[in-house]
Ligand binder design. Sequence first.
Ligand code: HEM
Length: 398
Amino acid sequence: MTTLADRWNIRPDHTWLRGQRPEHNVRFDEDGSIDIYGYPEAAKALTNPQIFSNDVGRLFLDEGVELDERVQEGSLLQSDPPAHGKLRKLVSRAFTPKTVADLEPRIVALTRELLDQAGSQGKLELVAALTYPLPVIVICELLGVPASDRDLFKKWVDRMAQSASALLDDEADGEDVDVAAANRYVPEMHEYLAAQVAERRRHPMDDLLTSLVQAEVDGDRLTDAQVLNFANELLVVGHATTSALLGNLVLCLDANPEAAARVRADRSLVSGAVEESLRFLSPVAAIYRATAKKFELDGHHVDADRLVRVWVGAANRDPRQFADPDTFDPARDPNPHIGFSHGIHFCLGAPLARLESTIALNMLLDRYPALSIDPAEPPTFMSLPDAIGVATLPLRTG
Ligand code: HEM
């Protein structure tokens, strides 16, 4: 049977998408780095920050990559305990389940608007029409960025994508990477966000930026730099991932017509389909860690400062954890996938990603009698090795 990955020519190195388990659950590479593919091994690494640190950037310091400390400040993703816990508590005060739930009517309206604009000629390129614009507009709404400035954010998100692919192209060519040139949009975005943060201090509003500015735990507050870096981080981690989830979800349903028919007939399965898509085609295919000290793993002696790649996509298909791992089953229950990570860095935006994708899929099913890929116009995929997601997804909708 041809797998979805073979049919659409998804990166060949993601062997697990083709039903082939990596040879080992943990692989020790010659360069000292470690690849983790097994589910229990991945879960263990992700829940042990004393050994598996999120401060991965420091591994690249001696390769000439300069880390801007002002940008690091406020980054949840790159911090370890105890700083991480303190920061996460403060940010969680502002970014609450209620903040996300309150966005629901806006997300419904925005999704409708975007699909209306896409027209109804029996065809739809889902990424351009919906999955690319929706997450960035939602993050703007969440932060409280004026609608008139949304285009600025779209421009920055485009630049982020361009800079990621410029880095990849350079690496492929074996040339030096001009990180500074690729990231020229960053100061402009920071300046804009800094002005927004200052404005919220003067004139509080009913939005996330204001809540972040006002959040307080045990007398501690976030600094301006922390607020703006966190806002920036939301764009970096919340855009491409959500876009990939929405596209992958539709791709999974196209490849599994029986499952798609069940979901269409019984909408209580929509949220199960979202979870199963996160397991089956995990948008974040790999999470990185740096070893913080010497330790023993699987009988191997591991030094400090080694790069660790936790292959979420492979762990999510480990037969020791998931029965029939290569079957897409929207009714899978329980479904303890680690698509949103696991442990203290569990994705803070998971409720938002889940809400957006549930609304989007329900609306697509309501509007279109069919959502199928025309084999003459196959989907294309993001070229990053650690991400799985469609870059374009042309669909027939009638
Ligand atoms: C962390 C995945 C959407 C905000 C993470 C991590 C993963 C992830 C794997 C943890 C990385 C690690 O352990 O080092 C995803 C996926 C998404 C998604 C697959 C969509 C399908 C979002 C959205 C937002 C968001 C929409 C917010 C707007 C965050 C934040 C963190 C995070 C702030 C850092 C949490 C921490 O380090 O404590 N996400 N994410 N994510 N995500 Fe998401």
